[in-house]
Write a protein that binds this ligand. Structure first.
Ligand SMILES: O=c1[nH]cnc2c1ncn2[C@H]1C[C@H](O)[C@@H](CO)O1
Ligand SMILES: [Zn+2]
Length: 360
């Protein structure tokens, strides 16, 4: 589709469900805050630092990818810095045409400067509020909510789940677990997930990224996840016959039948070795098979990406058009943890009119 230039994709309304706050800082902000905090960086200027992050994250291993976060988390240890990073994330997403975003981070990783968990969540919320207001002043609109993540190798998930429930009416719409997947199955945190279910709360689980079907199965059938963070390895349960037809195993059929949202993050998967290239990424197959596909950035800094960049790559690789972009956007909005009426309002008043205007 010739008319789908980057500028058209940028101006199209987009919805982002899987974006890490500590994976999306501006390199210039890290340089400035690291100097103040006395934190040594692997590169001295913003451009070189941005390049260092994408190179270092490009290792083919999730564990090595995650090591780079030490340099972002190090500058997110005061309320002032957290608020700034959160505000800038909202501004950057709005400038990229994102109209709704759920941004996640692990509060337990931001206590080294003496903040309490409560203060961390409040500082991030202050940044989101400030960002939304600045964006509104500039004539755009964006709605941003928090997801609180617990680290899967730690033992704080129940406490973080309680924190998410405590802030459910003040900006936090859900919970997540993240970190190295192999060796840390989601059932380690069953207590947290059962608590959330009793509280009628929403959660997603990073599963099926660096580890395959057992992780997805546990996340859904033991833990009760509403969505799958990545979930890309559900393709391991799909067989393509010689005539090209697809056969779904029981788990893949369950995921599709139940419309379980897949928070796919194509460029991140290439960096961590979960996919070889965009053209070979399972998102092509999963879209054809009508899974509940959503497109996400994961870590804009480490993956050198944006929603526009992710979608442009899919347009190039799979010939996606405006209908496909609208489909993944509506899929994502339907799958958001925001209340139903608010989701519907964004679909009907922002997304659909936005795409209609682009069709001219
Ligand atoms: O793609 C990911 N898989 C697992 N863990 C991740 C991924 N991206 C970021 N994280 C981790 C590193 C961050 O410090 C943490 C909270 O955002 O989540
Ligand atoms: Zn992630």
């Amino acid at each position: 589709m010739g008319e789908l230039t980057r500028e058209v994709i940028r101006s199209a309304p987009k919805v982002l469900l899987h974006d890490h706050l500590d994976g999306g800082l501006r390199p210039a902000t890290i340089v400035e805050l690291a100097a103040e905090a006395g934190h040594a960086l692997p590169a001295g200027d913003a451009e070189a630092l941005g390049q260092w992050f994408t190179d270092a994250a490009d290792s083919g291993s999730l564990e090595r990818y995650l090591e780079t976060f030490q340099h972002t988390v190090a500058v997110m240890q005061t309320a002032e810095n957290l608020q700034r990073v959160a505000r800038e994330a909202v501004e950057d997403l709005a400038a990229d045409g994102v109209v709704y975003a759920e941004i996640r981070y692990a509060p337990e990783q931001h206590l080294e400067g003496g903040l309490t968990l409560e203060e961390v969540v409040n500082a991030v919320q202050a940044g989101f509020d400030e960002g939304e207001a600045l964006v509104a002043d500039s004539g755009r609109t964006i709605v941003v909510r928090q997801l609180l993540t617990a680290m899967r190798h730690q033992a704080n998930s129940r406490q973080i789940a309680e924190l998410a429930v405590a802030h459910r009416d003040t900006g936090a719409v859900g919970f997540d677990i993240a970190g190295a997947e192999a060796g840390y199955p989601p059932t380690r945190h069953l207590d947290a997930f059962e608590y959330l279910q009793r509280e009628n709360a929403h959660f997603t689980i990073h599963a099926g990224e660096a580890f395959g079907l057992p992780s997805i199965w546990e996340a859904l059938q033991w833990c009760g996840a509403d969505r799958l963070g990545h979930g890309v390895r559900i393709v391991d349960d799909i067989t393509i016959d010689l005539d090209g037809s697809a056969r779904l195993g029981r788990l893949a059929a369950y995921v599709r039948d139940k419309r379980i949202p897949l928070e796919l993050c194509p460029h991140s998967n290439i960096q961590t070795g979960a996919a070889a290239s965009i053209a070979e990424h399972p998102i092509g197959l999963l879209t054809k098979l009508r899974f509940r596909v959503t497109v996400n950035t994961d870590n804009r800094l480490m993956s050198g990406t944006s929603m526009t960049h992710e979608l442009a790559a899919l347009v190039d690789a799979f010939g996606w058009g405006l209908d496909d972009l609208q489909w993944v956007t509506v899929n994502a909005m339907k799958s958001a943890f925001l209340g139903f009426e608010h989701r519907l309002q964004i679909i009907n008043e922002v997304i659909k009119p936005g795409y209609a205007a682009l069709r001219g």
